[in-house]
Design a protein around this ligand. Sequence first.
Ligand code: CUA
Length: 375
Amino acid sequence: MRGNVRKRLLWVGGLMLLATLLAACGKDLPQNTFDPAGPTAQSEKDVLMLPLAIAGIIFVLVEGGILLIAIKYRHRKGRERMPQQLHGNTRLEIGWTIAPAVLLAIVVVPALSLIWSLAERPPDAMQVNVQGFQWWWGFQYLGEDMQVDYDPKGPITTANVLVIPADTTIDLSLEAAGGLIGGENPDHLVIHSFWAPRLFGKQDVVPGLAGQGNHIVFSAWEPGTYYGQCAEFCGLQHGMMKFRIVALNDTDWRAWVANQKLPANEPTDVLAAQGMDLFLGTNGQGGQCIACHAIGGTEAGSPAGPNLTRFADATHECFAGCDFETFNPDGTPNAEALAAWLRDPNAVKMGAKMPNYNLSEEEIDALVAYLYTLS
Ligand code: CUA
């Protein structure tokens, strides 16, 4: 009986190990540390390879030796003699104390120098504020040339997707934010960690440091979309606190910035106009959305939730912590996902801070139509 249980445990353990190993063989790995797409991730990978190689060689030698000796000197029938008993070997012990110390000394040199160089903040880098909320990311572009053209003036602000020019050094200031209705909510101020494996390693996002927080300096070599996620347990939806970094070529970047500076589009069709009225509460109905959301050029100006000014911009690929795609693969609005989210946020993302306002299907249709005019 005992033997059976043990056998079964061995099988389960073996299968789990195999599944983990096989998962590493996937072809499409958008968060692969070993496939750097910029100089920060490249230098971090380079520093990782040396200890990995040394540890790999030691692993093979030690485990190989254990296996070899366990097989060669295993107990056999008729071999009853007791092996010679040893107690300590000074030379060996000095050896395996000094060898790891030497190896550590070798490994620490490139690691320390990288820590110093990654901490440098080039003064001409593009400055972006990263805000970690429960459970989504907000981005504020701090440069003087990145202010919006409408009132109230302020930084271009996006959510979920950080858009950057390719091949340009970006300096991110990381800060945990707590915003909910009525200002900062201390219960929501928790530590997050900002991580886009192909561009840079993890960095903690800590509350209450007012500009004194952690930084990430990085760039992306090529235009493209890079995946990232929160890497510090921060509550129920930590696993779905994702983001994307979209790097644009020079022309697309200029066009993107120019568009971001404009106030939001005014709806031209009836349904979308109804949605806007509902959003803002213009006709005495609705108006709950503006407690948390901002839409540039309208009365909606709350920084507590994601800024929706350019919700339907092509770069805004995903919403609600990138839990949902904004567009279908063919580029058409993913109205179903947005409708499901508005119908009952908690049903599709448990614990989500957006309340269920028990909207009617007509109201949902109008809001979806409005939000998809915000390109
Ligand atoms: Cu934010 Cu985990």
